[in-house]
Design a protein around this ligand. Structure first.
Ligand code: NAD
Ligand code: ZN
Length: 372
């Protein structure tokens, strides 16, 4: 079996490893690896309806060494990310007599991970949690860092908790069945983290767009994933609860969230919103003499190469978008707080940007599409 790449999230007694290896979750010794964490404790696997066949396969491998009590399946999609599903997970755990030493194992994308983590955080005031991410977004972003949540009718991720997993197992083999637009949505978050923190990672994205998006070179892909996860792990290790640097990961998000909300969470998927948000932030940073036009072009080209939209459609009214942005949970009362770049790899939170300037930047972000 090939070597496993291992990253540590360093949070004192809550530290944990993030392991990456292609084929790892389908190998016979996977049960032993997981059992090192779960020991004799009971385990509930949580998955969605689309990932269920994988979860069943992994469960059958785990059963030789891990005390798997059952699988809880919910209908796939963001619509399931609510209290009703979390109640279902907790009730299943109760019926199977799990206790607070038990483990909830998420096998799925970001929705599964966020909800399983939240269920684990509140079940008997806190059980244990392991992540087996199966979407690119979950592998490179949401499975590392301990943010768990559900959506409310009033907005996304409005109820949640911090609970760090005990371990994260990343197996790129899962990605073989993922839809291509979901791969692009994952890349949106990786482009975001590279643009705000890591110029070299951004250059890797620039130089290898075709190879990475097609995953034609599994070794390069694993190396790349390791780098992206290491970056996220370092940021979380420095600022677990988002009181400083972790806040830079909201690059493109305030604007993106506004588009998602105005679109009624239908076609404007999160990653697409973020990608439009990053481009809008480029326009704004240029206006404030922070970032050069050359760098804007590089960012637009990367978004384009990973099949991400970056102009925002005519159907969104800029003033409406601005209003929704002011109500974002990350905004300061009455004033916009946005992450902008001084250049690629150098993000900063900028406060009190005048409304006029934001609206002017939005105008440019709408019309300068395909600015390559
Ligand atoms: N906790 C965090 O730090 C954090 C960070 C970013 C995003 N998020 C959250 O993550 C969610 C988005 O994550 P996502 O894009 O993974 O959504 P998702 O979990 O809904 O997965 C997207 C789709 O891909 C399917 N899928 C997943 N793995 C698959 C596979 N291997 N093969 C085939 N289909 C597969 C799912 O069934 C689903 O239909 C949002 O709810 C967002 O709020 C959380
Ligand atoms: Zn995001």
């Amino acid at each position: 079996m090939k070597e496993t790449r291992c990253i540590q999230v360093k949070l004192g007694e809550r530290s944990y490893p993030v392991m990456i290896a292609t084929g790892m979750c389908f190998a016979e010794n996977f049960a032993q690896r997981v059992a090192e964490f779960t020991k004799e404790e009971s385990v509930l696997i949580v998955t969605d309806s689309r990932v269920q066949p994988y979860a069943e396969k992994v469960a059958s491998i785990l059963k030789s060494k891990v005390n798997v009590k059952g699988i809880c399946v919910f209908p796939e999609g963001e619509q399931s990310k609510n209290f009703a599903t979390v109640e279902k997970i907790c009730r299943k755990a109760a019926k199977l007599h799990l206790d607070r030493k038990s483990f909830f194992i998420a096998i799925g994308g970001g929705v599964t991970g966020d909800m399983t983590g939240f269920a684990a955080a509140i079940y008997m005031r806190g059980a244990n949690f392991i992540q087996i991410p199966t979407s690119l977004l979950a592998m490179a972003d949401s499975s590392v860092g301990g943010k768990t949540a559900v959506d409310l009718p009033e907005g996304k991720n409005l109820a949640g908790a911090f609970l760090q997993p005990k371990a994260v197992f990343i197996d790129p083999l899962f990605l073989d069945t993922i839809l291509s637009h979901n791969i692009s949505l994952g890349f949106a978050e990786i482009i975001k983290i590279a643009a705000t923190f890591d110029k070299e990672l951004f250059e890797i994205l620039e130089k290898n767009a075709f190879t990475l998006i097609s995953r034609k070179d599994p070794v390069l892909f694993e190396e790349f994933l390791q780098r992206a996860c290491q970056l996220k792990a370092d940021i979380v290790s420095k600022d677990e609860k988002e009181s400083s640097v972790r806040g830079l990961l909201n690059y493109g998000h305030t604007f993106g969230h506004a588009l998602e909300k105005l679109d009624g969470y239908s076609k404007m998927y999160h990653g697409f919103g973020v990608s439009c948000g990053m481009y809008m932030a480029c326009m704004l940073a240029e206006k404030l003499n922070m970032q050069s036009h050359e760098e804007t072009k590089r960012i637009a080209k990367v978004l384009y190469d990973y099949n991400l939209p970056f102009y925002f459609a005519e159907r969104f009214d800029a003033k409406e978008v601005y209003k929704v942005m002011l109500n974002d949970k990350k905004a300061d009362k009455g004033s916009l707080k946005l992450v902008l770049l001084w250049g690629i790899g150098k993000g900063e939170v900028v406060k009190d940007i005048p409304r006029k300037t934001v609206l002017a930047a939005m105008d440019k972000a709408r019309f300068q599409n395909r600015d390559k």
